[in-house]
Design a binder for this molecule. Structure first.
Ligand code: NDP
Ligand code: 8X3
Length: 244
C-alpha cells in the first residue's frame, strides 16, 4: 500500500513497486487520478479513495479490501504536505491543523490500521516518508519541520516496538524533490512554486522511489533504518547553493 499515490513521490513509489513485481494498493483523495492509474495498471493496482485524516473512513477502506488484497506486505506512509511558509508568529491555524492531522495523525492512523495484521502474520515492512525538514527547523517552516521531526520519532518508536518480530521499519528523508509539493505549499501559486527549484537540479520522485525499492528488496535480515537523500548542491534543509 502506498498512501498519497496520485502524485509525486507516492506515484513514483507505486510505479517502481509495480515494476519490482508488487501488486500495489494506491490511495489518495483524487478519485479521477486513482481511476486513471487503475486503468493504466489494471490488475497490478487496487485504488482506495480516502482522506488519511478521516480515521473511520480510512479504517473502513482498508477493511473493504477483497481477500486477495488484504495481506499488506509493504506500507509506504507517504501522504503528506506542507502549507504556507511564514514566521511561526504569523502562521495559519488551519494550515497547521492540516499538516499535523495529515503528516502525523494520518500516518499514525495508517500504521495503527495496517501494522497489527503484519505483526500477526510475522511479515511486513513499513516505510515512512519523513524529510530533511525533520532534522532541523528552517526559516518560516517550523510546523512542517516539526511534523516531519514527529515522523522521525514515530518511526523510531515503531522500530523499537516491532523489534521482536520480523517486521522492518524504514525512514526515508528526501531533500528537495520537484513534485506538486511546492504548488500545494503555496496554495496553487505556480510561479512561487517554480522558484523553489530555480538554479539547482532537484531530486525527482523516481530518485526517492529507487531508495524505497532498495530498502524493500534488502535481504530479510537487513533493516535499512534511515536514508537521507539530498540534491547535489543541497547540504541540509536550509543550505542550498544555486547557480545564478
Ligand atoms: P505531492 O503534492 O506531489 O503529493 C502528495 C500526495 O499526498 C498526493 O498523492 C496527495 O493526494 C496525498 N495527500 C495529501 N493529503 C492527503 C490526505 N489528507 N489524505 C490522503 N492523501 C493525501 O507531494 P510529494 O510527492 O512531494 O509529497 C509526498 C510526501 O513526501 C509528503 O509526505 C511530503 O511531506 C514528503 N516530502 C516531500 C519533499 C519534496 O521536496 N517534494 C521532500 C521531503 C519529503 P490527493 O491530493 O489525491 O489526496
Ligand atoms: C520537503 C523538503 O526542504 O522543502 O520536505 O521542506 S523541504
Amino acid at each position: 500500500m502506498v498512501t498519497g499515490a496520485t502524485s509525486g513521490i507516492g506515484r513514483a513509489c507505486a510505479e517502481h513497486l509495480i515494476r519490482a513485481g508488487y501488486r500495489v494498493i494506491i490511495t489518495g483523495r483524487n478519485i479521477g487520478e486513482l481511476s486513471r492509474m487503475a486503468d493504466q495498471y489494471r490488475r497490478d493496482v487496487y485504488p482506495l479513495c480516502f482522506d488519511v485524516r478521516d480515521r473511520e473512513t480510512a479504517e473502513g477502506a482498508v477493511a473493504s479490501l477483497p481477500p486477495s488484497w488484504q495481506e499488506i506486505e509493504v506500507l509506504v506512509n507517504n501522504a503528506g504536505l506542507a502549507l504556507g511558509l511564514e514566521p511561526e508568529y504569523e502562521g495559519s491555524y488551519d494550515d497547521w491543523d492540516t499538516m499535523i492531522d495529515t503528516n502525523v495523525k494520518g500516518l499514525l492512523t495508517m500504521t495503527r490500521t495496517i501494522v497489527p495484521g503484519m505483526v500477526a502474520r510475522g511479515r511486513g515492512h513499513i516505510i515512512n516518508i519523513g524529510s530533511v525538514a525533520g532534522d532541523a527547523a528552517y526559516a518560516n517552516g517550523a510546523v512542517y519541520c516539526a511534523s516531519k521531526a514527529a515522523v522521525k520519532t514515530i518511526t523510531d518508536g515503531l522500530r523499537i516496538d516491532v523489534a521482536h518480530t520480523p517486521l522492518r521499519v524504514t525512514l526515508v528523508k528526501p531533500g528537495l524533490v520537484e513534485t506538486n509539493f511546492s504548488r500545494v505549499r503555496f496554495h496553487g501559486d505556480a510561479d512561487r512554486a517554480s522558484n523553489v527549484y530555480k538554479g539547482i537540479e532537484p531530486l525527482t520522485g523516481d530518485d526517492i522511489a529507487a531508495t524505497v525499492v532498495y530498502a524493500v528488496q534488502a535481504p530479510a535480515h537487513v533493516q535499512i533504518a534511515e536514508i537521507l537523500v539530498l540534491a547535489t548542491h543541497q547540504a541540509n534543509g536550509s543550505t542550498i547553493v544555486r547557480k545564478q
